[in-house]
Design a binder for this molecule. Structure first.
Ligand code: HEC
Length: 149
């Protein structure tokens, strides 16, 4: 009887671990999606003229990126070993084989944001800032982000 209880407990524990790993992957994905909202939904759409130039919205996007980007290293500390269900993009396992190199891709983004801060006054200066920040995001994605579909 005791043995059966232990086996059932082990099964439950196993299921709990799977859920936790999906949580980690979702948390990592949510961080990227929040950054994408600032850089693409606000800044890029303004550059393209799809939405009107709104200084307050631009300042808020820069502030969001400034706060969010430095947290990438810690949010990606754990390897979830699985992708978000139905995701378009996933994490390469190379992240956790070369974590120091992955982390080294973050300060250039932080610097590009700091350099842009306070200099964006119109669509032309926004385009310069967008290109500079986006190229640093891409530097990491080229090596560590996988296209799943
Ligand atoms: C240090 C590496 C790194 C940096 C820097 C980085 N990313 Fe990512 N990004 C990833 C990885 C890994 C993934 C794939 C896993 C995921 O989606 O969480 C990803 C996924 C994404 C996705 C796809 C999300 C989805 O599932 O649809 C977007 C959008 C994104 N990043 C935007 C950005 C933006 C914008 C920046 C710059 C402000 C940025 N990222 C900076 C590593 C990085």
């Amino acid at each position: 009887m005791k043995r059966i209880v232990v086996a059932a407990g082990a099964l439950l524990f196993g299921a709990g671990v799977v859920v936790a790993q999906q949580d980690v992957a979702v948390k990592q994905d949510n961080l990227m999606r929040a950054q994408a909202k600032s850089l693409y939904t606000v800044m890029l759409k303004t550059v393209k003229g799809e939405i009107p130039y709104d200084q307050a919205a631009i300042n808020a996007a820069i502030a969001q990126l400034e706060e969010s980007v430095p947290t990438i290293a810690s949010v990606f500390a754990t390897n979830p070993k699985e992708d978000v269900v139905n995701a378009t993009y996933g994490s390469s396992q190379k992240i956790w084989q070369n974590k120091a190199d992955f982390d080294s891709k973050i300060p250039p983004v932080v610097k590009a944001i700091a350099d842009a801060k306070g200099k964006i006054k119109d669509v032309a200066s926004l385009k310069v800032a967008y290109d500079s920040i986006n190229s640093k995001c891409t530097d990491c994605h080229e090596t560590y982000r996988l296209k799943l579909k």
